[in-house]
Design a protein around this ligand. Structure first.
Ligand code: HEM
Length: 389
């Protein structure tokens, strides 16, 4: 029977349920896939970098995935005031003291690399003052970086992977990489004539990446910085190197320990200010030496410790942790470094409970200083430093 008031049957809304409910879930999946690089398989993600470093240098439980062989250094920084016009941080003010926890290291993933095999040296610093200012920097002794972009650096690491047949990098792959990357020329030219590193205390360490500094008037200048060794008693080049009595796997660390037993080891912090025409986002290109430089103060290292239980062990020297008035430049290496160091730090912090306990902290007076006191780490592959030629 039909009636005039009869309404047509309402369309079923169940299809809405099947379309709308999964939508947010699919959206979330797409976001995760995007972050994970599923739509951009060639993108150099932090995971890819750290996996590749592990392939090249081995997995050494609890140690850093790059620059694995290191020791902690402690001391202070005293601002000279000369660079206070560059940035609004108290750290650079006259006679402003900040506490320093640093780390000197060799490149590559092998924490037992013989010092003789290090192609260059590195120094990382954390400066902190009582007002809560903090500055972290990780520097190399090379004057330029081999490549300008994260993608090129990942390709370089891939080219330097150990060949399963020999356990060493394949020279042909490396040659092909360098041929395809002419921007590596400045680094290779430097490396071909650079003497073997002789002492941390006689080495200049460079930021290579550039940073934008702004002062209290809001003026912005792009700079790079270097820590340049001073010629004081403990630093002096004339001092007989430790080689005769202390030759061995750790001679660079033993050299620093014995210098510190005699006095403080010091570096000057120098800023170099870019001119408008300088390549500020390309770490393969040095700036002309005639650019204005400013002496910002003095780094004074007073002691060192083995890393196992040293103050630097759990610090992630992320180069984008900066004091007031400092900002990262647009150099693409900087943001990549920040993300990769975080991933690498997480991996080793998770492993820390597996790491052998140190026999005891070695103070700087020991002539038998060893940066990594312990053995018994897990090794799956070994190659030398990660800045191969
Ligand atoms: C995309 C480029 C780069 C990548 C992927 C990369 C990767 C890494 C990784 C994974 C670590 C170990 C971090 C940790 O576990 O704590 C590391 C440490 C280090 N890197 Fe880089 N790096 C890059 C560029 C640079 C540049 C341009 C410099 C120097 C100017 C540099 C200097 C250092 C130093 C000195 C350390 C040791 C820091 C420490 O003592 O903890 N790196 N790097």
């Amino acid at each position: 029977m039909s009636s005039d008031n009869a309404q047509p049957p309402k369309p079923s809304r169940s299809w809405l349920f099947f379309v709308c409910v999964p939508l947010p879930a699919l959206g979330l999946l797409a976001i995760f896939a995007l972050i994970g690089g599923a739509f951009t398989p060639d993108r150099p993600t932090p995971q890819k970098f750290v996996n590749q470093l592990e392939t090249n240098g081995g997995v050494h439980t609890g140690y850093r995935r790059n620059h694995a062989k290191g020791a902690c250094v402690m001391g202070y920084f005293e601002g000279s005031g000369e660079a206070a016009f560059l940035a609004a941080t108290p750290l650079l003010e006259h006679q402003h003291f900040s506490q320093v926890i640093g780390r000197v290291s060799l490149p590559g993933g092998n924490p037992h690399l013989a010092d003789d095999k290090a192609p260059l040296l590195s120094m990382a610093l954390q400066l902190r003052d009582e007002e809560g200012e903090e500055w972290r920097t990780a520097m190399l002794s090379a004057p330029v970086f081999p490549v300008a972009t994260p993608a090129a650096f990942l390709a370089q690491l891939q080219a330097a992977a150990p060949d399963p047949a020999t356990g060493k990098p394949d020279p042909q792959k490396l040659q092909a990489f360098f041929a395809a990357h002419p921007e590596t020329k400045n680094f290779l030219t430097w490396k071909a004539q650079a003497p073997k590193p002789e002492s941390f205390a006689l080495t200049r360490f460079n930021s290579l990446n550039s940073f934008n500094l702004s002062n209290r008037q809001g003026e912005i200048k792009t700079v790079r910085w270097s820590f340049i060794h001073r010629a004081n008693r403990a630093n002096t080049a004339e001092r007989e190197p430790q080689k005769a009595s202390l030759e061995g796997e750790n001679h660079l660390y033993q050299d620093l320990a014995s210098r510190l037993a005699e006095g403080n080891v010091q570096w000057n912090l120098q800023f170099q200010i870019a001119a408008p025409e300088d390549p500020v986002n390309d770490a393969t290109q040095p700036w002309p030496p005639e650019r204005k430089t400013v002496n910002a103060g003095q780094l004074v290292i007073t002691s060192m410790q083995a890393e196992d239980e040293g103050a630097c062990r759990d610090i992630n020297y992320d180069p984008t942790v900066l004091p007031t008035g400092f900002a990262p430049s647009a150099d693409p290496l900087l943001s990549a470094r920040s993300a990769v160091y975080a991933n690498a730090s997480r991996r080793r912090w998770q492993e820390q409970s597996h790491r052998p306990q140190a026999a005891g902290t070695i103070e700087n007076h020991s002539s038998a200083f060893s940066p990594n006191q312990n053995s018994g780490v897990t090794v799956t592959a070994i190659s030398e430093g990660s800045y191969h030629e």
